[in-house]
Design a binder for this molecule. Structure first.
Ligand code: MCA
Ligand code: AMP
Length: 501
């Protein structure tokens, strides 16, 4: 019997007396008790009908119990489908309809609102609160504390992560056990993780970064995690003296730099700071080094590919670059169907054991982005410099990355265009000192209509998650267009570049 992902990440917790999770309230959860929690939950989820190949959708607050659900899903051979806790019921409705999960786990406070959705899509609704309470815990109580994991192979699916699409419709990226395991192994070795590491984990666990990069690497290598429910400056700075590593989005680093408590002395026990999910400004890199003596290690990845490149652990961590392809990952750069000469810019494509299995029930979308030869077309524009370092120059896809979260302008524009009085809209990302980029809506009213931009934005409240909603909106008479009639978003980005300065 085998279940490679379970065997690598969770089985080694058996009998482990050392702490796996260090919580902000001082509680510590040992490895073996976490494994028992996984076993109890797995039995409970099985009793609720979850079997191998079934999806389990999870929209809950970050907690040890929430992480255990991931382990329980892997044990049962189910497909783990984490959802951003900021998604509105409208958004959740789409995911439940598309993925048809057998079980849907939500926060008890939202159960009443979400129950009709779960019922409509044939999902059994269970609840799990930030404090661990809910029907999942009730069902788990008294369950056996050991579980025989379901037989699985490396090609079997382990997770389904939704990523928004340029057309406004989210696509579920199917990730196999091999995708997750190969990437965790590559990163653990490259970044020298061992059981002595204490990782500051302040990222959400519904995305690749917090779930697969941070949690998987730590679980695989037997280290511990300072497991914070979210970004919290006091907690991060407070735990730094007992920690060895941190992974974060650029906003983590700019916020840390804004706090005088971040000093060389406080960071002296740390051995590694990793950044990704969005571009790290070279000035942040330089400022962080000047303040702490640490050079941030920047890496690059995507939901569909896990991590593809990384700066070296030893050797130069070059600011403004994302380093080299990971071992086993091939990277090429194409422009108009041809591979470019070294140094030239094109679209980045990657191939390797990290690359996903396609989009859930969307063969056409899969065929558009995943070539038959195995290369995935990332939509990111990049070049490889003379020493082999990959630089991300921009994005071919119309995408905004705000504080590490992706926002597809099309999704917001479609909703804005439905608002009475709006003729058309354009949504762009403009520089923001905290979030890197912030969402700005440019609105064109119908003739004779006077728009109140704030009111327009407020209409989105129940429709899309707060982080996707424009931070500001401006009203203009018309949108700039090129001769083909396409909106020139670059001109809008230039015009409003200092909107949040
Ligand atoms: C929260 N808000 C945001 C964002 N986060 N608005 C825009 N962009 C955001 N990223 C909104 C809230 O709804 C709230 O609105 C207000 O901002 C403040 O919220 P608060 O809870 O205080 O925010 P925070 O906790 O300080 O969160 C900011 C954050 C967080 C720490 C940057 O967004 C975060 O953890 N980001 C990491 C995302 C991540 O893991 N990305 C990886 C995915 P209001 O006040 O109006 O209610 S990408 C990935 O996985 C790929 C593969 C990769 O390469 O890693
Ligand atoms: P997601 O679709 O949420 O997985 O986000 C993936 C996207 O985040 C990539 O396609 C890039 O555009 C961006 N990204 C991730 N890491 C970096 C990085 N280090 N520098 C620049 N962009 C990044």
């Amino acid at each position: 019997m085998a279940n490679p992902l379970y065997d690598a990440l969770f089985l080694p917790l058996a009998g482990r007396q050392s702490d796996l999770l260090i919580l902000p309230d001082g509680r510590r959860i040992r490895g073996d008790s976490f494994l028992r929690m996984i076993a109890r939950q797995a039995h409970a989820l099985r009793a609720a009908g979850l079997g191998a190949g079934d999806r389990v959708a999870v929209q809950v607050a970050k907690s040890p119990e929430a992480l255990a659900v991931y382990g329980a899903a892997v044990a049962l051979g189910a497909i783990f489908l984490p959802l951003n806790s900021a998604y509105t019921p409208d958004e959740v409705d789409y995911f439940l309809g598309d993925a048809a999960p057998r079980v849907f786990l939500c926060d008890p406070a939202r159960a009443e609102t979400l129950a009709p959705l779960a019922a409509r899509h044939g999902s059994r609704l269970l609840t799990l609160g930030a404090d661990g309470a809910g029907t999942l815990r009730d069902l788990s109580e008294g369950q056996p504390e050991e579980i025989l994991p379901v037989d699985r192979g490396l090609e079997d699916l382990a997770a389904l992560l939704y990523t928004s699409g340029t057309t406004g419709r989210s696509k579920g990226a199917m990730l196999s056990q091999r995708n997750l395991l190969s990437n965790a192994e590559a990163l653990a070795e490259l970044w020298r993780f061992t059981e002595r590491d204490v990782l500051i984990h302040a990222l959400p666990i519904f995305h690749t970064h917090g779930l697969f990069v941070a949690s998987n690497v730590s679980l695989l290598t037997g280290g511990s995690m300072v497991f914070l429910p979210g970004f919290d400056l006091d907690a991060i700075l407070g735990s730094m003296p007992e920690a060895t590593a941190m992974m974060g989005v650029p906003t983590f680093y700019t916020r840390l730099l804004g706090d005088p408590r971040l000093t060389r002395e406080r960071a002296s026990g740390m051995r590694l700071f990793v950044s990704g999910s969005a571009p790290l400004l070279a000035e942040t890199h330089a400022e962080f080094e000047a303040r702490t003596g640490h050079r941030i290690l920047e890496r690059y990845g995507m939901t569909e590919t896990n991590m593809s490149t990384s700066n070296p652990y030893e050797g130069e961590r070059r600011a403004g670059t994302v380093g080299f392809p990971l071992p086993g990952v091939e990277l090429r750069i194409l422009h108009e169907g041809r591979e470019v000469a070294p140094g030239e810019v094109g679209v980045i494509e990657v191939r390797g054991p990290n690359v996903f299995q396609g989009y859930w029930q969307m063969p056409e979308k899969t065929a558009e982005e995943l070539r038959p030869v195995g290369f995935f077309i990332t939509g990111d524009l990049g070049r490889v410099d003379e020493d082999g370092y990959v630089q991300i120059i921009g994005r071919q896809k119309d995408l905004i990355i705000s504080g590490g979260y992706n926002i597809y302008p099309k999704e917001v524009e479609l909703l804005l265009d439905e608002v009475p009085g709006i003729l058309e809209s354009a949504v762009v990302g403009v520089p923001h000192p905290d979030l890197g980029e912030a969402v700005l809506a440019v609105l064109v009213p119908r003739p004779g209509v006077t728009l109140d931009p704030q009111e327009v934005v407020a209409t989105l409240n129940d429709r899309i998650a707060r982080f996707k909603q424009p931070r500001a909106a401006v009203v203009v008479e018309e949108l700039p267009r090129n001769t083909m009639g396409k909106v020139q978003k670059n001109l809008l980005r230039d015009r409003y570049a200092r909107r949040f300065a």
